[in-house]
Design a protein around this ligand. Structure first.
Ligand code: SF4
Length: 380
């Protein structure tokens, strides 16, 4: 693994030296997972679009009364998960705004109707129903959490996630990306990720690039993730997500990171994190560049939905699984389906609630990957 100082130098690699950097990162990736690239067949569950934060790049959040403001009922979530299950999906990816009950009385009323005081309590109950009534395995991304919330959610999730995004407090200042976003205080997010480690929850995190951070701040965020993983061993994947401008967001005029910038960040992430950590970039955010992303050292395409749109980037269609398979194979790799919990964690009892273990064991082969990947693709 490279030092912080070397990472700071490499994150500014000029175009002329990019291929050399990518080759180095790809070699490290090959030492870990070889030429197997994974994806998870998921259903995206936008549990509530209400959120108390106002991130400058967010297209997901709504205030009550705005078009698209919505909290799904338990029955709606179960119906969505059952429909996904019929198409072969295995992950229910819960995305939701952070603590809307703290600011919206309408949402508190909704929660009360279902017997809850907090969105996280409601989320736990809905995850339990998905587990009991559908073939899908929950993976929740509900924002900043306390140890108590994490512990309750662990019983009904096979893994969980929280994007670190950045460690730059600077971005909380007026007019910056995290102005009016109390849940984006880096220390609070680092604490949630550390608590997840303490509780042995396989955890997904990552960086959001191009939101106003400096190259050094980007390296600082990746190094913070590495340090958390070295302490707790629970970071199952790291996402490198490039900012994308969208018409209705406050940052609509903000420049997007170039492909070159995304590639060198991916490569530095690989070199900093080493061969064992899974690194992901969503293929719908850089369509047609799949081969280049693979060359930069990633080994996972993330969740691909046979059913629902990507609600975070709804204007970017997901590649069809056969298309993704072709692109992956054309680059010399083998595409395999994984569960929401990565192969490295699926058979480690300390990382999985006892009640969930038999279900996982029935789905995976001896490498921890989904047994019947090809079977389901035929139906998509
Ligand atoms: S990115 Fe997340 S926390 Fe920020 S406004 Fe959107 S939903 Fe809320």
């Amino acid at each position: 693994m490279i030092s912080h100082a070397e990472a700071c130098r490499l994150i500014e690699t000029p175009a002329a030296a990019l291929d050399e950097l990518l080759a180095r990162a790809a070699e490290v990736r090959d030492r870990g997972r070889g030429h197997t690239v994974t994806f998870s067949a998921k259903v995206f569950v936008p549990l509530t679009t209400l959120c108390r934060d106002y991130c400058g790049y967010c297209t997901f959040r709504r205030d009550p009364g705005e078009p698209g403001a919505r909290t799904l009922t338990p029955d709606e979530v179960v119906a969505l998960a059952q429909a996904g299950g019929r198409l072969g999906a295995k992950e229910a990816l819960f995305s939701l705004g952070d603590k809307p009950e703290a600011v919206f009385p309408e949402h508190r009323q909704f929660l009360r109707r279902y017997g809850h005081r907090t969105t996280l309590g409601y989320l736990r109950a809905v995850c339990a129903r998905v587990l009991a009534e559908t073939p899908l395995l929950p993976h929740a991304n509900p924002g900043v959490m306390s140890e108590r919330d994490l512990s309750a959610l662990r019983e009904v999730n096979v893994s969980m996630g929280l994007m670190l995004e950045t460690v730059a407090d600077r971005l909380l200042a007026r007019g910056m990306a995290h102005d009016r976003a109390p849940d984006k205080v880096p220390a609070r997010r680092l604490k949630t990720i550390a608590l997840a480690g303490k509780l042995a929850i396989p955890f997904t995190t990552g960086v959001l690039i191009g939101i106003g951070e400096t190259p050094r701040e980007r390296v600082d965020a990746l190094a913070a993730i590495r340090d958390l993983h070295e302490t707790h061993g629970h970071i199952q994947e790291v996402i490198v997500q490039p900012f994308r401008a969208k018409p209705r967001i406050p940052m609509r005029e903000h420049p997007e990171p170039s492909l070159h910038d995304t590639l060198r960040t991916l490569a530095v992430a690989r070199l900093l994190l080493g061969p064992e950590v899974n690194i992901q970039a969503p293929p719908n955010l850089s369509p047609r560049d799949g081969g280049r992303l693979l060359a930069a050292g990633l080994n996972d395409w993330g969740g691909i939905s046979p059913l629902t749109l990507d609600h975070i980037n709804p204007e970017k269609p997901w590649p069809l699984i056969p298309e993704l398979r072709r692109a992956t194979e054309d680059a010399g790799f083998v595409l395999r389906e994984r569960l929401a919990i990565y192969p490295e964690y699926v058979r480690r009892p300390e990382f999985v609630d006892e009640a969930l273990r038999p279900r996982l064991a029935a789905l995976v082969d001896d490498r921890g990957l989904v047994k019947d990947t090809y079977e389901h693709w035929r139906r998509w």
